[in-house]
Design a protein around this ligand. Structure first.
Ligand code: NAD
Ligand code: ZN
Length: 357
């Protein structure tokens, strides 16, 4: 094995909400797999949630479970049937592997993110890709060109979420757009919507510093600082004032109920509230009558499908610059500090990554 480091390290959590750096052997890739030396992995809100709360919906941490699904690295060994990749190829890892069987309606009809047999790395009990060495099916490794760094390669995962949302929301050139939430997902959505020609664009957040980041990346974006003591209608008024009109489309990237309310109130007749955010509540109320009388479409996104090739082109061709999103970098051994930075608002992190050289 062309592995420069003998021990495989993996960052895991357990039912006691501990973070552990586990050592294990380097896996042997199966015939269809490549062994990847993972060089960069981003921490996602869901990783923090699994650590602190032990579950996301029905997905529960019942034993040590590895975290992470935003990864890129380099192929260090190939299985016997691997055709298209070779040792030394730099790749982004698509963490969800659908069954791809012709008997699966969702795989067969091109909606593979709905595959009921999806194996998603970092969704318990499946370990994540926040590890040194990871064996992954060749079909779900995407070669990245030399002008995309490993850090950017890892960010293709959240960018994929944004691209999936933009694709299904039907955003068109010149559409007045509102993005709710300026976390990593809201910010990559902003970068993608900017590249896609949305105009004008408003972004909201509770946190002034996140709005500043948004503005520094896309100077033409208009920002609205949400004051929680205001009513949803009043927040919507602030949003419409900043936008200069009602929104044709709102891409909601918080999942917070009150934010969805203001999104609905800020939308014009026939417009769309497209919800990418996933709240912590399984039940939410929403302004039914307002949405009904205005034919407002309220729609949702679950992960992504077929986004990596486009994400790679957009970054490689310079339409989207992901580099400024990485604010904090740690080694695998520094997992505890990394997760503290990702979960402490005072750290002012956008994206925390763990790197291995
Ligand atoms: P994040 O928590 O870092 O960012 C959310 C941002 O929303 C924060 O900056 C917060 O200050 C802001 N916010 C909270 N309440 C608000 C309000 N009422 N009005 C305006 N802003 C408000 O999370 P993230 O990593 O950016 O992810 C955003 C959401 O997207 C999460 O809910 C996450 O679960 C979801 N997500 C969905 C998918 C999917 O497949 N649909 C994939 C990845 C993430
Ligand atoms: Zn399937």
């Amino acid at each position: 094995v062309l592995t420069r480091k003998p021990t495989n390290l993996a960052v895991a959590t357990n039912p006691a909400h501990e973070l552990k750096v586990l050592s294990s052997d380097v896996p042997e890739p199966g015939p269809e797999q490549c062994l990847v030396h993972v060089r960069a992995t981003g921490i996602c809100g869901s990783d923090v949630h699994f650590w602190k709360h032990g579950n996301i919906g029905d997905s529960v941490i019942t034993k040590d479970c590895g975290l992470g699904h935003e990864s890129a690295g380099v192929v260090v060994k190939t299985g016997s049937n691997v055709q298209g990749l070779k040792v030394g190829d730099r790749v982004a890892i698509e963490a969800g592997i659908p069954c791809s069987k012709p008997t699966c309606d969702f795989c067969r009809t091109g909606r593979y993110n709905g595959c009921p047999n999806m194996i998603f790395y970092s969704s318990p009990p499946v370990d994540g890709t926040l590890r040194r060495y990871h064996a992954h099916n060749e079909a779900w490794l995407h070669r990245i060109p030399d002008n995309i760094s490993y850090e950017e390669g890892a960010l293709l995962e959240p960018l994929s979420v944004a691209l999936a949302g933009i694709e299904r929301s039907g955003l068109r050139l010149g559409d007045p757009l509102v993005i709710c939430g300026a976390g990593p997902i809201g910010i990559v959505t902003l970068l993608a919507a900017n590249a896609a020609g949305a105009a004008p664009i408003v972004i909201t957040d509770l946190d002034e510093s996140r709005l500043k980041v948004a503005k520094s990346l896309v100077p033409r974006v208009r920002t609205v600082k949400v004051e929680m003591e205001k009513s949803a209608e009043d927040i919507a008024l602030d949003i419409k004032t900043a936008l200069g009109q009602e929104a044709k489309l709102v891409i909601e990237c918080t999942g917070v109920e009150s934010s969805i309310h203001s999104a609905v109130y800020a939308t014009r007749f026939g417009g769309t509230v497209f919800i990418v955010g996933v709240g912590s509540k399984s039940m939410q109320r929403y302004p039914f009558m307002h949405a009904s009388f205005r034919e407002i479409d309220i729609r949702f996104q679950f992960r992504y499908m077929e986004t990596y090739p486009r994400a790679i082109s957009l970054v490689s061709e310079g339409l989207i610059d992901l580099k400024p999103l990485v604010t904090h970098r740690f080694t695998l051994e520094q997992a505890q500090e990394a997760f503290e930075a990702a979960s402490t608002p005072a750290a002012k992190a956008i994206k925390v990554q763990l790197l291995d050289d």
